[in-house]
Design a protein around this ligand. Structure first.
Ligand SMILES: [Fe+2]
Ligand SMILES: [Fe+2]
Length: 209
């Protein structure tokens, strides 16, 4: 009996080695597009609530313009969450979000956290999810993910500018921001005829003040 086992042992090792070569670490756990859309829906749902809370704090800290920016970004994240939810439903699933406990710090710290979150989505999360969606040829997911990533690029720029100018923004009253209801693209000025990201007419943009 033990001699049979000793014959099969090298075969088992060979199989394990071959499996390790053919299936690289992590590949067996690669998330599907549906799982990615759920993660994106969850992230956007939480970002929406987080930015509303940050807007409240910015208001209390006397940064009216920063409060408007947080509200505009919150609306954009809501658009992204709705777009992702529609894709999830089209894939036959139910959108699920787990609302996290919020930590609201000073407006400066909140801006730093927002920049960190937007940069992660811009540089890591959405590019990874887009790669998978393209591999799956899921056109609706690609559109929704691209809309979100393009808007997050603008959010990161707007938050970074606000952080750099924070001292001069103390005591400011509300500013005007405009949000595309289709893709969440967020701007200070609608100096274009159609949304640069999704081509929605600028007349449809929502005014956040
Ligand atoms: Fe964003
Ligand atoms: Fe748009």
């Amino acid at each position: 009996m033990s001699s049979i086992r000793s014959i099969f042992r090298p075969v088992r090792w060979l199989c394990a080695a071959l499996f390790a070569i053919i299936v690289p670490a992590g590949a067996a756990n690669a998330a599907t597009t549906l799982e990615n859309m759920q993660a994106a829906f969850n992230g956007e749902s939480n970002a929406h609530l987080r930015y509303l809370a940050f807007a409240h704090r910015a208001e209390a800290d006397g940064y009216g313009e920063v409060a408007t920016l947080f509200r505009a970004a919150a609306r954009a994240e809501q658009v992204h969450a709705a777009n992702h939810a529609a894709v999830i439903k089209e894939m036959g699933a139910v959108p699920v979000s787990r609302i996290e406990t919020l930590t609201v710090k000073s407006t400066r710290e909140n801006l730093e956290e927002a920049i960190k979150g937007e940069s992660y989505e811009r540089d890591t999360m959405y590019p990874d999810f887009l790669r998978q969606a393209r591999a799956d040829r899921n056109e609706r997911a690609i559109v929704s993910l691209n809309y979100a990533r393009t808007a997050e690029i603008e959010h990161a720029k707007l938050y970074t500018a606000a952080l750099h100018n924070l001292d001069s923004l103390k005591g400011t009253s509300h500013a005007m921001f405009y949000v595309c209801p289709t893709c969440g693209f967020t701007v200070r000025e609608t100096n274009f005829e159609k949304c640069p990201s999704c081509f929605t007419a600028k007349e449809s943009f929502e005014t956040i003040s």
